[in-house]
Design a protein around this ligand. Sequence first.
Ligand SMILES: Cc1ncc(COP(=O)(O)O)c(C=O)c1O
Length: 399
Amino acid sequence: MPNIKFTKFIEGKVSELKQAGVFPHIRVLSGPNSTKATLDGKEVLILCANNYLGLANHPEMIQAAKDAVDKYGAGMGTGRMIMTYDIQNKLEDKLAAFKSSQASLCFATGYIANLGGIWPLMEEGDTIISEELNHASIIDGCRMCRGVNRYVYKHLDMKDLENILKTTVDERSKGKTMIISDAVFSMDGDICKLPEMIELAEKYDAFIFLDEAHASGVLGKTGKGTVEHFNAYGKVEVQMGTLSKAIATVGGYIAGSENLIYYLRRASRPFVFSTGYLDPAVCGATMKALEIIEREPERVQRLWDNTRYFKKELNSLGFDTGVSETPITPVIVGEAENAQRLSRYLYEEEGIYVQAFSYPVVPKGKARVRTIVNAHHTKEQLDYALGAFERAGRKLGII
Ligand SMILES: Cc1ncc(COP(=O)(O)O)c(C=O)c1O
């Protein structure tokens, strides 16, 4: 007989969630994640995946995963503290080079990389100064640091960051200070002000932890991320990233100095106490993805050509794309209902999938559908999508 308090708790939570409608239907892919894909049994144009460089279904990556399975087997079967596969070490070397760092350490996901990367770095008496719109995994990683002073600075507001740094000088003098930020913000597609952050960090004795989830493979001429974009080599102490977006496999990593990674290998609890890491197939496919990105820098160029074109045309149709500077291009429509209607109309009537977001994920009155073009979208596909947005926008009274 299940515990009554437990059962009531779960039933109460489910009923609250259903009433609030905060857990929408998740559409089901029944084939590869390409620009066109089968979603809930219908072939649609995908305009919201994080597959920035169009690598999710690359034949060479599929083959590399198969080769790794043939050589090493289907899964892990051991924790990395007991034995580590050579392919895992090779991937970490390759990732370190990709991030212009001395070394890197992989985790099962980007989320875990943030938990496992932040937590060991901060001790009692240290200070964390965190961006207002940081990803949930950063927030959770910071929450796990005990006895640490925590401050939040307003979104992209360098004056506020400086003010916090200035007014906490005494308190901070006893320990280290970490400024932590997303590089690209996932709801608005704007970019952190890294040069100013570096200047402030140098002036006020702090170090920088940068979450490159939406920046690696996207920013910088060759897709190496924010450090390449701002030419800030050697000025960011910790770069975190995910493999599940532009690199299109799965996993997360921390990149930095030899010493940082030496320390994390011993102090990061998800590394020490979990057997769940990138299995050989993922390592094989990821190394191939990095090789393709290096070999074909034109992918990054195509991503940006598509981004500029799509954003410009959406704006000239009269859509509000907010402050986006990257391929993450929101179409802001106001109320939650409008965003749901736009997303539904585009899927049902036009065969296009874009996801709707509303409060509490974005501020009230700023509900949106979030579009993300990738390097593989053709001009014809983008033009079709723009035509569909125009029809939908007029029909629903958005433009
Ligand atoms: C900014 C940011 N950080 C971290 C993560 C977590 O990465 P992953 O999806 O690999 O767990 C995400 C992804 O959703 C993200 O957008």
